[in-house]
Unconditional design. Structure first.
Length: 184
């Protein structure tokens, strides 16, 4: 049985993470935090402390961070400056690599236009910044942004303009399962 770890924000927690365990089937054991992994620094702390024992022995880790980091809650810039985001992502990666070299990072998904705190322009900048850094470290990229962005009306909820619809959850869960199987 292969052990899979899913880390990520609410796009995982109430999104694709709700479907991946069943979709992967009985040959896979899936562990994921019951908590929202929120922003990169929060995830880093969880990986280094609270979830360390749960992550141990993973054959593959699928991970996303970015929506919290790229958001502009107070109108004064992103929650996490982009370079700081990169530093925390790479620091987390170094810890995760102590468990497995099979690490997949999912790009940050888009939002619907009119989202009060998030901008697709900023999300695109964050993705464009982090992807080459992670690829240089041997991380496999799961481009959920590209998957969802061609039809945000179908895949992103209208009420909060942020989270995945049922169709978006199904689409992303299938992509996560495919990517996990491809690295194993």
């Amino acid at each position: 049985m292969k052990k899979v770890v899913l880390l990520g924000d609410s796009i995982r927690l109430i999104g694709y993470g709700t479907k991946v365990p069943e979709m992967l089937g009985p040959d896979f054991s899936v562990w994921q935090p019951s908590d929202n992994c929120r922003f990169a620094q929060y995830t880093m702390r969880g990986v280094m402390w609270e979830w360390k024992n749960d992550i141990a022995g993973a054959d593959v880790i699928h991970w996303n961070n970015g929506l919290w980091d790229a958001c502009n809650l107070a109108g004064d810039g992103t929650f996490t400056p982009m370079k700081v985001y990169g530093e925390f992502i790479l620091r987390t990666l170094r810890v995760l690599k102590q468990t497995t070299d099979k690490i997949i990072f999912a790009t940050t998904t888009p939002v619907r236009p009119g989202n009060p705190s998030d901008s697709n322009e900023v999300i695109t900048e964050f993705n464009a910044y982090i992807v080459p850094l992670l690829k240089a470290e041997g991380v496999v990229i799961n481009d959920l942004n590209a998957l969802v962005s061609h039809d945000v009306d179908r895949y992103i909820r209208e009420d909060d303009r942020l989270h995945l619809t049922d169709a978006g959850i199904d689409l992303c869960a299938a992509a996560v399962c495919d990517k996990i199987k491809s690295v194993l």
